[in-house]
Every structure is written in C-alpha cells, then in structure tokens.
Unconditional design. Structure first.
Length: 641
C-alpha cells in the first residue's frame, strides 16, 4: 500500500469514527455537520485519484450501481461508507446533493479555496440560504421549518434494473434477479464461514495470551465429569478438545464414545465463544452485561417498541403523556452505570459497578448513552449474541479517554466488525447540556427508601438457570406478538421458597390457569414462602439474563484444584458467589457478580404490581443530574486549512 493510499485509508477510519457522533451531536449550531461534509468532500476528491479504491470499498458494502438521480452523482454508497447504515433516505438525499454542490463550487471557483479551504467551504454552506436544505432544494417555510415533500421516486435507492454509467461506480454492469439471489446465498454461506473463523481465531488468541487458565475456564464454563464415569476414559481423551457422548443414570454418568470431529468441535466452540461475555473487551463488557439484563431475545424482538410504557406525568397543572424509553446513565456521585426508564414513576432498574473501577476517564459529571445507541447495541450485538464479532478500535482497556471535540459527546468507543468491512458503530456518552431540550430525569432507587425484605435466599447460579430452562426458555420460543398483547398475559405470579418456586400465568376469570411448580435447592433461605405479582415484560428478560451472563459460582476452596474458584474477585470482601434474592411488597432485588477480567457487581430491581396491575412506586424516584453543562455560549472553532 502506497503512502498516499494509506493516508486516504486512515482518514476514512477517522471519518467513520466521528460520523455518527456528528449525526447525534446536540450542539445548537450545525457547524460540526458542515465541517464533516466538507472534510468528506476533500477526502472523496483524494480517493478518486486512486484507481479502483472507491469501487472496492463500495463493493464491500454490497453496492453495485446506485439509482440514477437528477441532481448529478448519487453518493449513497459513500455516505453509508462514512456514516454507517442508519441514515434516513431524506438525509442521504440532502447530503448527496450537498456533496455535488460542494464539488461544483470547488471546480468553478478554485482560487477561493487555495488557502483555508475547509474554513471557506464551510462559509459557502452557511452563506447559502437554508444551508444544507437550501443546497438540496428542500422547501423552506416562512418559519424557517423545512418541509420535506420528497416523493419515493426521488429517494436514491439502489437501482436493481440497470447500472448508471454516470455514477461513481463507472461501468459496473447490473445483473438479473436470479444472479442476485444466488449471490445472496453465496454471501450468507461465506459470511457464516468468516464468522466461524473469526471466533475460532479469538479462541486461539485467548489460548496464547493468557498464562492463567482462568479466562478460558470461565469462557468454556468448564465442567467436571462425575465420579461415575468409566475408569480409563481419561486415557482416551488425548486431544485439546473432544466430544464425549455420555449416558446419565442414577449411578452417575457412563462414557459411551469420544469423537474428534474437528469441524463439529469448531462449530461448537464458535457457538460457545459468541455468547461469552467474559471474553468481550474489558472497556465495554460492563455495558454489554448491563443492557443484557433487560434485553428481549430475538424471538420476540418485534415487541421491543410495543412494550415501551406510556407514563402520565403532572407538569404544573397539566398532565402530559410521555414514552418511558430505557436509557443507560453513568451516575458520577455513586460511580455506577444504571439502565432504567426515563419519564417514569416505576420500572426495572439495573445497576452495574465494574470491579476494576472507572471505565470513563476524567468523568466529573453524570453522562448518558442516547436511547438510539442503546437500541442499536441490543439490535445488532446482544439479541443475536454478535458482540464478540466486534472489536474495540484504539481503546481495548479502560479507562476510555474523553472525546476531544468540545460541546459534543464526552466519551466514545468505536467498534468495528471482525469480518464485515465497514460494519461499525460507536458507543457514545453525552453530558446533560442546559441549552437543549431533552429528558433529563431517569428512574433510580430512592435513597430514603428503607428496603426490608420479607423473604431472602441464596442460590447457586445453576439452580436459578434451571428455572429459566424449565419454564422461561420454552415461553420465549413459543409466545408470539399476539400473546403479550392480551390482558390475561400481562402478568405472572411467583411464589418463592427455598425448595421450589410456583409460577402462575394466564390470568382469566379471577384466577391463573397455567401453574408450574419448579424444584429449586437453596444454599440458604428464609423459612417462609412469599408470593408476588410482576409485569411479564419486567420479569422475563431479567431472569433470562441470569442464564446468559457469566455469574460467579459460590466460593469454593479446593487445594487439589487451584483453578476451581480462581475467578472470585478479590475486590469484593463479602463475596458469596451465586445469586441472592430479596423481596418485599414493593420489589424483588437480584444480586450477583460476574467473573473478573472485566466483571462487575450487578443489582436488578423489579417492581411488584398490585391487584389493579399497577407497579409499586414506593422504592423509586425520578433522578435529575446534579450538574448540567452550560454550553449556550460555546465558541465554534473553524479549521484554517
């Protein structure tokens, strides 16, 4: 790779890192967006000088020929390459026209841009009436509001019928529908193999770079065969990984056969590795674990938007309805990350405290991850367990440094897919600015609330997992959209004890029709039992996460096996391992810890509901940030290049 091409490639990565932050930027001015489009324009002109470079980048996105457009060159592939795939069609059209106009301006008036080219081209945008919308020809109302009257025909989608020889892709020929279908099938198979190879490569990296077996033990959830296995079996298992077929009986486990099928073993290892939170990059693993505690599985992902609560809040003398979206917030005063609804009086509150300390450097105020960012992490990384296919660029270890742009995001982590070129996303945190209208309140546990449990218990993680596999797993797999829309399925009642749980759901005619008793063995528990009713959508995702997350085992001491119990975090003086449950009339509290190497202390609070189906509000309060940032007088600095 030549020095110039390397410079072009590095600039593209820089543009990709900042593109989505610019789109989410909450500045009062649009200066940062103008600057970004200007920098993208000059990068495009440089990239055009390298023969075939742009075409190869576009092909990696799956683009052949963009649809013909009346305004010049269709830059949809370029914009997706730079910003990512979440731009709206109207944004793409506006920015694509703007790029055409900026290039035309540079060609018509080259002398004006010999010095301070970025600064002067930004001025060109600002001096155009309506700025970007003026350049794009969007209709501007008298009140300066943009009226978007775009027809579907004007959106610059990909043209599957014929290639446009005037487009950026040149003479690339269109293919017929059958060829497109065959290519999709081939790409799916290829992507599956690349995915498998990337995960196996990650396993090999762990094997090489970890002198201790602790991480690998937790990653594979090492299990010992019981003493009932036939004598001599260990001599048969000679390779690094083996498949063992064993028969369970009252007398223990009997070995039947051992298999060394490398492909099948590879498939199993890749599947295991994709779901292991403990091998995720340390700087973002606590956030993945936090969001997972309230993440819907893929089988009912279509319900995500429908299950968002509407809350009626009293503002002055008026009642107003708001959407209670879930948001991640870093609460500086308590050094914890919180996932909970905004605009709400009650709801599930999940809290994470990383064992290794701060993951956001020099963070002296409360900050938050925007709702769209949390939703993207759930949708793209967590529901399908794809998070280990993304790698952190630049910062693999905490703390994450502050984002250098003023009056913008405070901290940014850039994630790139290990196998799919230009598939990336940013995890960004933002200060609470005074100058913009945004929901600043978020649900937390009220400091003045005294939580006195009426029942408590301590369980081994595998016992609680059995509840998931006995009941919840099949429920998630079989219930569809219509099921949760019915009033009779909004709630479930659980009777907790130290020996069994009774789960009741499907409430009709004043009683529950479906009753399931599940044996469960506690390490310690109250002598009594207690019943509580919960919202189905609150209870189910939280308990699913107890099966997904790498929860530490109950502390054990075994001098003959130093690996056993080795992942217990030293930072927790009163560490017990397993899962602790506490409940009273208002809420259920779940406590556990995840393995070190990026592990965290977790607490989940699930409110109970009363006879009318209303959540308890007593333990909760609407929290507002202690410090907000006044950016109303922020200065905008233009590049003088």
């Amino acid at each position: 790779m030549s020095a110039k091409l390397r410079k072009i490639q590095n600039k593209l990565i820089e543009l990709q890192k900042t593109g989505r932050i610019v789109l989410a930027d909450i500045r009062k001015s649009d200066h940062q967006l103008y600057k970004y489009l200007v920098e993208l324009t000059f990068w495009l002109l440089d990239a055009k000088t390298e023969y075939g470079y742009l075409e190869n980048e576009y092909k990696s996105l799956g683009y052949r020929a963009p649809k013909k457009v009346e305004y010049g060159i269709n830059y949809r592939p370029l914009l997706v390459l730079a910003f990512g795939s979440d731009l709206s069609d109207s944004q793409i059209r506006t920015y694509s026209i703007t790029l055409n106009k900026l290039i035309a301006e540079l060609e018509e008036n080259p002398a004006a841009y010999k010095r301070q080219k970025i600064k002067n081209l930004i001025k060109f945008i600002k001096n155009t009436k309506g700025a970007l919308d003026g350049l794009a020809g969007n209709k501007i109302n008298k009140g300066n509001d943009i009226e978007n009257e775009l027809d579907e025909d004007k959106f610059d989608f990909i043209d599957s019928e014929a290639a446009d020889t005037d487009t950026e892709l040149g003479d690339i020929q269109a293919v017929n529908d059958e060829a497109v279908a065959n290519e999709i099938i081939v790409n799916e198979v290829k992507n599956k193999e690349l995915r498998r190879a990337a995960l196996l490569k990650l396993i090999a990296w762990l094997d090489i770079h970890n002198e201790s077996d602790e991480l690998l033990v937790s990653a594979y959830q090492k299990a010992k065969l019981k003493e009932g296995i036939e004598i001599g079996t260990k001599d048969k298992i000679t390779k690094n990984f083996s498949l063992i077929l064993a028969q369970h009986s009252k007398n223990g486990i009997t070995h039947v056969a051992t298999n060394y099928d490398e492909k099948l073993i590879g498939d199993m290892l890749a599947s295991i590795m994709s779901k292991r939170f403990e091998v995720a990059p340390k700087s973002i693993r606590p956030l993945f674990e936090l969001i997972q505690t309230q993440c819907l599985p893929q089988s009912i992902a279509d319900l995500a938007d429908k299950l968002i609560d509407e809350t009626t809040l009293l503002e002055g003398n008026r009642k107003r309805k708001y959407k209670a979206h879930r948001r991640v917030m870093y609460r500086c005063g308590t050094d914890e990350f919180i996932l909970s609804p905004i605009n709400a009086l009650s709801g599930v509150v999940s809290i994470v405290k990383p064992f290794f300390g701060l993951i956001l450097a020099d963070c002296s105020t409360d900050v938050y991850m925007n709702i769209e960012g949390r939703d993207e992490l759930e949708r793209k990384l967590l529901r399908n367990f794809e998070f280990n296919l993304y790698n952190v660029q630049q910062f693999s270890e905490p703390p994450i440094p502050q984002y250098p742009q003023l009056d913008s995001a405070s901290h940014v982590v850039h994630l790139r897919h290990r196998t799919i070129p230009n598939d990336f996303l940013n995890i960004s945190f933002w200060p609470f600015y005074d100058s913009i209208k945004q929901p600043q309140d978020q649900l937390v546990i009220d400091d003045e609330y005294v939580f006195t449990p009426t029942w408590h218990a301590h369980f081994d993680r595998n016992e609680v997992k059995s509840v998931y596999y006995e009941f919840l797993e099949s429920w998630f797999k079989t219930k569809n959209d219509r099921y949760l829309k019915r009033d009779s399925h909004h709630h479930l009642r659980v009777t907790f004890s130290g020996t069994d749980w009774i789960i009741e759901n499907t409430y009709t005619y004043g009683s529950y029709d479906a009753i399931r008793e599940i044996p469960i063995k506690s390490i310690s528990a109250s002598n009594n039992s207690v019943s509580a009713t919960f919202k189905m959508k609150d209870f189910m995702p939280a308990f699913k996460s107890l099966a997904d997350l790498p929860i530490c085992d109950v502390a054990k001491v075994n001098l003959d096996d130093p690996i056993e119990g080795a992942c217990i975090p030293d930072e927790v003086a009163n560490y017990k391992g397993g899962i602790e449950l506490e409940i009273n009339d208002d809420m259920l509290c779940i406590k556990f810890s995840t393995y070190v190497f990026g592990g965290s202390e977790h607490t989940i609070y699930i409110p109970t509901v009363d006879a009318d189906g209303e959540r308890s509000t007593k333990p909760f309060k609407r929290y507002f940030p202690l410090i907000t940032v006044d950016n109303s007088a922020a200065n905008e600095t233009e590049d003088a290049l």
